[in-house]
Design a protein around this ligand. Structure first.
Ligand code: PSU
Ligand code: MN
Length: 305
């Protein structure tokens, strides 16, 4: 039974019904993760990369209270232009937005929820939310970690930004039983840079082996997701000290300005991009492309059985 609030785009629905590879994409990365017009250009280019690697893209968002799996070019433009004026929608927001017929940009959490409703198992993004630095007093822990614990979708990302406490994020994922895989690496990638100093649970080197691990997890009846962390390509990686200086300053400013709750992550993302003079944006775009490719190849391997 399809959910009464869900609209699956016809191409996506046909691919899911035929057991063909589909990759979900989030919309908060468009509205809150990057500035216009690079956000729209990137979102469209990512869809093309997924097609070039043999899968159908399904960008996910909430429009007029409808949960959309698969957006048109016009809808992607709309999210990109409206930017941070769009409601950033996490799990707690879904019911009210649907009841009121409002728009919402889906985070990793809500993209996983809607992908799962639509029958999509693989999702590509940039970075996930996690345990924030100072969470021992703020209790700021992203709902993304809880969703990974309970929704069976594989999330391919470039690790997590050092705006988070990466060590605590890994501890939380361990407690929640979420496997953290390094794609071609033993180390957790730190988004803009390839290494963080923290180890992953397993290193996997091929899309086929990723697909096999996720298939086994589903066959075991385990309800959660799987986190695949794919390092940024060497050519686009940023020097750790440049990026860390920008992150430290952005965090200090967020405290001074009293930024909190759901505003914290978008504030830090935008400020780090400004402080690095746009260099971080170029890296951000490239790592999303790289994740889209791995996700599409894994979706193709997953469908082969
Ligand atoms: N981290 C990034 N880029 C992003 C996000 C996080 O490097 O675009 C977005 C994702 O949509 C993620 C959300 O799910 O921020 C997490 O927000 P919060 O920390 O408020 O849970
Ligand atoms: Mn938060």
């Amino acid at each position: 039974m399809i959910n009464q609030y869900l609209d699956i785009n016809p191409e996506v629905a046909a691919a899911v019904a035929a057991g063909k590879p589909v990759v979900a994409l989030e919309s908060t990365i468009i509205s809150h993760g990057m500035p216009y017009p690079q956000n729209v250009e990137t979102a469209l280019a990512v869809e093309q990369i997924i097609r070039d690697n043999g899968a159908v893209p399904a960008t996910i968002a909430i429009i007029g209270g409808r949960l959309k799996a698969g957006l048109t070019r016009e809808e992607i433009e709309y999210f990109g232009k409206k930017g941070r004026a769009i409601h950033k929608a996490s799990r707690r927001d879904l019911a009210v937005l649907c009841a009121r017929g409002e728009d919402g940009a889906t985070t990793v959490t809500t993209t996983m929820i809607i992908a799962h409703m639509a029958g999509i198992q693989i999702f590509a993004t940039g970075g996930i939310g996690g345990v924030h630095r100072g969470a021992e007093t703020t209790m700021d822990i992203s709902a993304d970690l809880e969703e990974l614990a309970q929704t069976p979708v594989m999330v391919v990302c470039a690790g997590a930004k050092a705006i988070l406490d990466l060590g605590l994020t890994l501890e939380y994922l361990e407690t929640k039983g979420v496997p953290v895989i390094g794609y071609g690496t033993d180390e957790l990638p730190a988004f803009y840079s390839r290494s963080s100093g923290f180890g992953v649970d397993y290193r996997i080197d091929t899309p086929e082996e990723l697909a096999a691990a996720f298939r086994a997890q589903n066959a075991l009846g385990m309800k959660g997701g799987m986190l695949v962390t794919n390092p940024i390509p060497e050519a686009y990686a940023m020097p750790a000290d440049t990026i860390n200086a920008a992150i430290d300053r952005a965090i200090a400013e967020s405290k001074e300005q009293g930024i909190h709750g759901k505003e914290t992550t978008p504030f830090l993302l935008a400020r780090v991009a400004e402080l690095t003079g746009g260099n971080s944006l170029a890296s951000n775009i490239q790592l999303v492309f790289n994740n889209a490719k791995v996700a599409a190849q894994t979706a193709a391997a997953f469908c082969k059985k």
